[in-house]
Every structure is written in C-alpha cells, then in structure tokens.
Design a protein around this ligand. Structure first.
Ligand SMILES: Nc1ncnc2c1ncn2[C@@H]1O[C@H](COP(=O)(O)OP(=O)(O)OP(=O)(O)O)[C@@H](O)[C@H]1O
Length: 132
C-alpha cells in the first residue's frame, strides 16, 4: 500500500497538463498496486476484442463501454477509500475502517456483476448462434 513518490509538492495543480499528469499517475498507482485492477483491465480488453470479432452494433458497444468504465471507476474509488482508511487508522484495526473497506468492496462486486450481466446479454446469444 506504500507509495513512494518523488513528487512531494502539495499545492494545487496550476496547469491542465499537471492535472492530467497527476490523474494519470493515480491510474498507474492503482494498476500497479491492485491485482483486481489488472483483472478488470484484462477483462475489458477481452470484451473489446470479442466485440471486434462479433462486430457489435453501436448500442451494444455503448453498453460494453459503460460496463468497462463503471468497473474501472469503482475500483479506483475503492482503492482510494482503502488508502484513506489506512491513512486514518495508521493500518491498525478499526470497526469503521472495516465497514468502509467492506462497503467499497461491495461496490466493486456489484459493478463487476453488472458487467457480467451486460457481457452475458450481449455475447451469450452470439456465442450460442456460432454453435448452432
Ligand atoms: N484498518 C482496518 N480495520 C478493520 N478492518 C480492516 C482494516 N483494513 C482492512 N480490513 C479488513 O480487511 C479486508 C481487506 O482489506 P484490504 O485493505 O486488504 O483490502 P483489499 O484486499 O485490497 O480489498 P479489495 O480486494 O476490495 O481490493 C477489508 O475488507 C476489511 O474487512
């Protein structure tokens, strides 16, 4: 959970470039530190490849894109909350820390189920059709 950044400044971003740079750094940190994020990104890449192979319609692509982005956004928020809990508790046990982390994990789980449902509705009939 420890992040050793060379960038120690704490003032507000002064340029759009700096805002984008720090937002990108946030994504890189979640990707490096959270195994689940790697799984989500891999699943998203697989869905995009499958979408290209099955030549999805525009509305099907919109649902797939929504599912991919929702899961990734919730995972970023989950990781952010986990870090906040560790910061607030000093990585010691606290019942409220447990509540926050468990609820954030629930949000990730619900978003992943949503993505599975969307993927199932779009891809399952196409896969069944291939087998016929
Ligand atoms: N400071 C704490 N106080 C109380 N319980 C905690 C605390 N830190 C972690 N836990 C418990 O351990 C679980 C796992 O916490 P951890 O920080 O390892 O999350 P994680 O394994 O990275 O979760 P996820 O798989 O959602 O990314 C939490 O859901 C919570 O139940």
């Amino acid at each position: 959970m420890h992040m050793d950044s060379k960038d120690k400044r704490i003032e507000k971003n002064k340029t759009l470039h700096a805002s984008f740079y720090h937002a990108f750094q946030g994504f890189v940190t979640v990707f490096k530190e959270e195994r689940n994020m790697k799984v989500h990104v891999l699943a998203g890449v697989c869905a995009v490849i499958a979408g290209l192979l099955f030549k999805l319609t525009a509305s099907e692509w919109l649902w797939i894109a929504l599912a991919i982005f929702v899961v990734i956004i919730i995972e970023v928020i989950n990781t952010s909350l986990e870090n906040m809990v560790d910061l607030a508790t000093g990585c010691t046990y606290h019942p409220l820390g447990k509540k926050v982390k468990d609820m954030a994990a629930t949000a990730v789980l619900i978003s992943a189920v949503f993505a599975l449902v969307v993927g199932g509705i779009i891809f399952l009939p196409k896969v069944m059709h291939l087998w016929k």
